[in-house]
Write a protein that binds this ligand. Sequence first.
Ligand SMILES: Cc1cc2nc3c(=O)[nH]c(=O)nc-3n(C[C@H](O)[C@H](O)[C@H](O)COP(=O)(O)O)c2cc1C
Length: 356
Amino acid sequence: MTSLFNPLTFGATSAPNRIFMAPLTRCRADAAHTPTALMAEHYAQRASAGLIIAEATMVMAGNSAFWMEPGIYNDAQVAGWKLTTDAVHAAGGRIFLQIWHGGRACHPLLNDGVQPVAPSPLAITGDEVHTPQGKQPYVMPRALRDDELPGIVAGFKKAAENAQAAGFDGVEVHGANGYLLDEFLRDGANQRSGAYGGPVENRARLMLEVLAAVSSVWGSDRVGLRLSPLNSYNSMIDSDPVGLATWLAKRLNDFGLAYLHVMRGDFFQQQQGDVLTPIRAHYKGVLVGNMGYTADEAAKAIADGKLDAVAFGTGFLANPDLPARFKAGAPLNAPNPDTFYSPGAVGYTDYPALGV
Ligand SMILES: Cc1cc2nc3c(=O)[nH]c(=O)nc-3n(C[C@H](O)[C@H](O)[C@H](O)COP(=O)(O)O)c2cc1C
């Protein structure tokens, strides 16, 4: 019976276990979006993960959605990330970089006054974005023109090249949680006509173009994709999340990706459904599940053949040695939300490992 502690090969990478670290934005870069030595320390502490998926990282300048999040669009950022990849590799780990465009979740106060872009002029409601001037409501985005989209694809491609230069083992394209690619995908945020709006094959077009471009840099066996068909975070909704997930599961077989990473639910329980079962039925590659798993539930999903690996977010945030704790059946440190996005080492590199 396959367990959390069986090795897993996904594309060109082999991991000693199936306990992945989910991408976690922690806002510990500097004001120029350059990764810091503190981030290298944080990630190296978590090198026992089967795979670390490093936090959402800006592919282009001018698309900041979180104050102090990292980028990968200039040489200083590549050098900053090299500290992390070197430290993780020295500690025996493997690390992919999650690359993203924040779309309508970006804010003018984070981007020199520039209005954010999106598939359609529809703003995020009911939430606020953290800026240097405190929490602010999201603003109305500007709809991208079709002729601007090749520039977005080129931005992801350049970020993929930079991630290679920074020493990552691969990249995860962020197609989840209401950021640009997900905004195109789901019909609640995409009201376009033309080649990138309407039926699902059009709404998925930008994401699939990005996957092809990024795969041309890395080889598709070092490219993962994250999806969240049900998550209503960032005012996202779709009229048929299960149909969308099923369509994507079939279509993505053509890409030969390292893995498909699926958030199974909704942070706010507004949209219900089971997307993992149809994805498993139709997707032939490595499937990584996430969202609210305990060690026991993850072990059962893997033993039952429903998933190949499970990514843990808050578990790894608070427990640098999560696989060792799972193996020992040891208690877990509780995450402290007050320090999720605060600067400095507190609540970042000071969660204790077992026996420390
Ligand atoms: C502080 C924090 C930051 C997050 N940042 C990201 C991110 O950068 N990219 C992403 O795809 N998901 C992000 N997420 C979602 C997590 O990857 C994960 O899906 C979520 O925590 C649910 O998994 P869990 O129940 O194992 O914690 C974030 C979640 C938290 C709590």
